[in-house]
Design a protein around this ligand. Structure first.
Ligand code: GLA
Ligand code: ZN
Length: 663
């Protein structure tokens, strides 16, 4: 089958069937090659316990198929029907305050509930059997945005019991659990796993070790929930793919682990989401980082399963995308590694929670500005997508990104403005604005392909990970470590063997003798001749012989003491940053260490202009994206020819140019 590149999320069940033909014809004229359907339509597929009705979906699939439009089937398990939860109210999830969350939204389910799981097995098997050989069905999306809305859920009796079993498998005995969780504190010892609660709100305080295991358990539960569906689907659907729509940096499930179940990862990208910052400086690096992390989860090209196609909004709304902006954002997804883009949604819905989450067509169903823009875009870009297929950005910088570190900082953020993912994104921003591409890499990943590895907040540490970092530097890598590294073991107990950052002192050449949580104060930092500010935290360092001071504190009782250092170790260098550098300091620091490591910018930076490269064995594709509503110019590099755009070097407002170099 030919490669498919563009699609829409389609909800035929929201409209009269008499309209479907017109929808299909409009899609075809627009260049749409596929739709995703059915991921919230459980009741339509199984209106009663013993009645299944796939007829409407069969008709929609066939009608679209005849227009050359293929289908991705969503399993509807993100929205269990009223008859089911009415009959089995134990399916409803229970939050940390012990409150039952009711019907009327979506995701009103407990993912460990055995009754719910048996309904799912039955429905998914029927769907997979029914559609597994359908020539118009190309793939599957189990559930929708797994983890979405499950924050703080579920602490029901079933989840509690599953948690206890999970703990029993991990620790075997209550003694071992007590040791790992440090339950001697405040008399929290358990005589048996049966005594362990699912964490409800407490009178005061929480056990950080217990909470970390709870978050791991919740992630594993989602993986298990998905695995069950994927196994059923694969039994019947031998030639159809299985993917899932991720949400970038969302943390409820470890996306690396979830990715092991999937053929490829998909993602939902809403650059103009009403919940995001609006200024380009605050927003663009987050959009880019989100796409890069999605690519990194399986280290391969990905799909966008929902790409913004209009104003976003539930109860309140975001800005209207300006002419050209929807195409620019789709191109941004492609630049970071998307091999296909499915727009959410086809037509703006007239009913329900998402009446103001606008689709390509307005409520009236008449094609307008957004239809025309995306139609032109698809026709122009489709041939380019053929060439791009399978190509990847090749970064020289890796940023370590781990779900467990995120969990540990959610439990103990130290400072009201410190989050693990936020910190990772601050490092990313400085690279982004200097046009230095980066991958994210899991702790278990391959560090060796990077010249420079940034590893902020490596708080939970294991002897294996320590050894891996030491080895990376010994072999010639440049490694950046920061404050709060090596603080805890894997069960979230504090390390007590020696000074921080533990064995990593060997590479970093520093020992942390004391520290200061800065609350609302900023600390001055002197880097070369210049004065900067830093936030959140100050580590007070003792330098081991041979360690070089790059920056010193310029205020507080530790004025004049080292703040940022460099230490040669093996064939490489290890940097230690004892604070959170403010933006200007971050820019300065990363410019210097990227240069030292030989990590090159793609092009000289231009404000609001984003650059990315995708490459394969033969070709290098350079993307230059103007996020500004004004013209911008850049220095078009030698040896490239323009594949998309009017005049290389001159960007119209929101224009995306693509240039090609044959290797
Ligand atoms: C998410 C979901 C969609 C829809 C959109 C808009 O990405 O996957 O079902 O809810 O957001 O809110
Ligand atoms: Zn539950």
């Amino acid at each position: 089958m030919e490669q498919l590149h563009f699609g829409v999320d389609y909800y035929p069940e929201h409209w009269e069937q008499a309209r479907w033909d017109r929808d299909a014809a409009l899609m075809r004229d627009m260049g749409i090659q596929m739709v995703r359907m059915a991921e919230f339509s459980w009741h339509k597929l199984q209106p009663r316990e013993d009645v299944f009705d796939f007829g409407w979906l069969d008709e929609a699939i066939e009608l679209l198929g005849k227009q050359g439009i293929y289908t991705i089937v969503g399993t509807p398990t993100a929205a269990p029907p009223a008859w089911m939860v009415h009959k089995h109210p134990d399916i409803f999830p229970v939050d940390r305050e012990g409150r039952i969350r009711g019907f009327g939204g979506r995701h009103h389910d407990c993912q460990s509930n055995p009754t719910y799981r048996s309904y799912i097995r039955k429905l998914v098997a029927k769907m997979a059997e029914h559609y597994g050989q359908n020539p118009y069905v190309i793939g599957w999306q189990p559930d929708n945005e797994l983890g979405n809305s499950h924050q703080e859920l579920c602490t029901c009796a079933s989840c509690r019991q599953h948690f206890q079993e999970w703990l029993r498998r991990k620790y075997q005995t209550a003694e071992e659990l007590n040791r790992a969780w440090g339950t001697a504190f405040w008399s929290q010892e358990y005589n048996d796993f049966e005594e362990v609660p699912a964490p409800r709100i407490t009178v005061t305080g929480e056990n950080p070790s217990a909470m970390l295991d709870w978050k791991r358990f919740c992630s594993d539960l989602i993986v298990d929930f998905t695995r069950e569906q994927v196994e059923i689907i694969r039994r019947y659907a031998k030639n159809q793919f299985v993917t899932h729509n991720y949400m970038g940096f969302a943390d409820k499930v470890d996306y690396y682990k979830l990715g092991e179940l999937l053929d490829f990862v998909s993602h939902d990208q809403y650059p103009g989401g009403f919940y995001l910052p609006e200024t380009p400086h605050e927003r663009n690096h987050i959009l880019a980082a989100t796409l890069d992390v999605v690519r990194s989860y399986k280290n391969q090209p990905f799909w966008i399963m929902e790409q913004q196609s209009g104003i976003t909004g539930w109860e309140i709304m975001g800005r209207a995308p300006a002419p050209g902006q929807l195409s620019l954002w789709a191109m941004q997804s492609i630049a970071h590694g998307a091999d296909a883009v499915v727009f959410f949604r086809w037509r703006t819905c007239a009913m329900g929670t998402e009446q103001y989450w606008h689709g390509i067509l307005p409520h009236s169903g008449n094609p307008g500005r957004r239809y025309e823009e995306l139609q032109d875009f698809i026709h122009e870009v489709n041939p380019l997508m053929e060439k791009l297929h399978g190509s990847m950005p090749q970064a020289q910088v890796g940023i370590v990104f781990s779900f467990e570190q995120e969990y540990a900082f959610q439990i103990q953020p130290h400072h009201k403005d410190l989050s693990y993912t936020g910190q990772v994104q601050k490092y990313y921003r400085a690279l982004y604005e200097q046009n230095i591409p980066a991958d994210f890499v899991p702790e278990q990943g391959d560090f060796s392909k990077y010249k420079l590895l940034l590893a902020p907040l490596q708080y939970l540490m294991s002897p294996e990970l320590e050894e891996k970092y030491l080895d990376f530097v010994r072999q010639g890598g440049h490694l950046l470590l920061t404050m709060r590294t090596g603080v805890k073991d894997k069960t979230n107990l504090c390390m007590t063997e020696g000074e921080l950052p533990g064995r990593l002192s060997e590479a970093a050449g520093v020992e942390v003798l004391d520290y200061d949580c800065l609350r609302d104060a900023q600390v001055k930092v002197l880097f070369g001749e210049e004065e900067f500010v830093a936030n959140i935290w100050s580590d007070l360092l003792r330098l081991l012989p041979g360690t070089e001071t790059l920056a010193t504190y310029g205020s507080e009782f530790y004025e004049g003491e080292p703040c940022i250092t460099a230490h040669a170790y093996g064939k490489g260098v290890c940097y230690y940053v004892g604070t959170e550098p403010g933006e200007a300091l971050m820019d300065r620091l990363l410019a210097q260490i990227c240069k030292n490591a030989g990590a090159e910018p793609i092009l000289p930076p231009v404000t609001d202009v984003e650059c990315m490269v995708r490459e394969n064995d033969r070709e290098r594709f350079l993307f230059v994206l103007n996020h500004a509503g004004e013209t911008r110019s850049y220095q078009a590099p030698e040896g490239y020819r323009l594949l998309k755009g009017q005049q290389a070097g001159n960007l119209r407002p929101y224009e995306a140019q693509v240039l090609l170099m044959e290797k």
